[in-house]
Design a protein around this ligand. Structure first.
Ligand code: SF4
Length: 319
């Protein structure tokens, strides 16, 4: 039987329309994400994330550098949203996430981008940094489904997502691709301006796992459903990697797929923060790989460090 993404059924029943209307109401006194700014985005105000009534998009394209089940052979259909509800000091996309690069798009335009990516053969729609634009995504998805969108939806977030937003996404998102950035409040406050990140993220990961569960792939190894968690190892233990892996193994599941990333480099304000102003060394990443074994996390991918000392290669290899 031909695969059909979860959101198509909700579109047919009218539930997706209801969800998008309910989500839009959250913008009137915005409490869409854990920041709970309380401003009226529908009236033109913008909050911490810089988001207003419309979503802003920096680019949409086929992307081949994601984890193998996400990129597949034809690429992942990424839509990069402008703005973000975190302000990571080391953000590699800071002109888009923190400085507003991109342009506002209507619901029809956003739906058109989704359909364009499907026409170009992409395996999925990969929403990059979507936490502050969930209502706009739901409305566009409803229109795109009416126009024939039938590829899985990937929710690629920092993992700083509210229970309200995740409830609206239940049965809509096929594949969750969240980060686990920190397990320590002080680090989350200092490097991402979000002291409550550890508890918000823990609750979000539990809910995403409940909704989507273990990664399922098709006969070609391309993801259809499930969850992949990303953890970027920061230098000097600043991302609490051991605690993050322990949390995943013990409180999510040892069966979870994990992408353990070594590609950190000092970008944006990180060059001015002494402890963030260097790349990882091989010993630090090797230690992280040993923790994977310690906690029995056998599923997923890691990256290779460049032995020449030139830093990590951005290449994902099997775990
Ligand atoms: S989505 Fe943006 S405006 Fe709304 S609560 Fe979060 S940061 Fe504030």
């Amino acid at each position: 039987m031909r695969f059909e993404p979860a959101y198509v059924r909700l579109h047919r029943s009218g539930e997706l329309t209801k969800r998008s209307q309910e989500a839009r109401r959250l913008l009137a006194s915005c409490r869409l994400c854990p920041r709970r700014c309380g401003i009226d985005r529908l009236a033109g105000a913008t909050g911490y994330c810089r988001g207003g009534a419309a979503a802003a998009v920096a680019s949409h394209n086929a992307h081949h550098g994601e984890e193998p089940p996400i990129s597949g052979s034809r690429g992942s259909g990424t839509i990069f949203f402008s703005g973000c509800n975190l302000r990571c000091a080391y953000c590699q996309n800071w002109p888009i996430s923190q400085q507003g690069q991109g342009r506002e798009v209507s619901g029809d335009e956003l739906a058109g981008m989704m359909l364009d990516l499907q026409r170009r053969g992409c395996h999925n729609i990969n929403l990059v940094t979507p936490s502050h634009v969930v209502p706009q995504v739901l409305a566009a998805l409803d229109r795109a489904a009416a126009g024939g969108l039938r590829i899985p939806l990937v929710y690629n977030s920092s993992g700083y997502d509210s229970p309200d937003a995740l409830r609206l996404l239940d049965g809509v998102v096929d594949i969750y691709l969240p980060d686990i950035r920190y397990r320590d409040r002080a680090a989350a406050a200092r490097y991402s301006d979000a002291p409550d990140y550890p508890e918000v993220n823990a609750a979000a990961l539990r809910e995403m796992w409940r909704q989507a569960g273990r990664l399922e792939v098709d006969a070609d190894g391309v993801a259809r459903r499930g969850m992949i968690v990303r953890h970027l190892v920061l230098p000097g233990g600043l991302s609490q990697t051991r605690a993050a892996l322990q949390f995943l193994a013990r409180e999510i599941s040892p069966a979870v797929h994990l992408s353990l990333m070594a590609q950190y480099f000092p970008a944006h304000r990180a060059t001015e923060i002494a402890e963030l102003a260097r790349q990882l060394d091989a010993g630090e990443y090797q230690q992280a790989l040993e923790w994977l074994e310690e906690f029995g996390l056998e599923h997923g991918w890691h990256q290779e460090l460049d032995g020449s000392g030139g830093g990590p290669r951005d290449r994902i290899v099997a775990g």
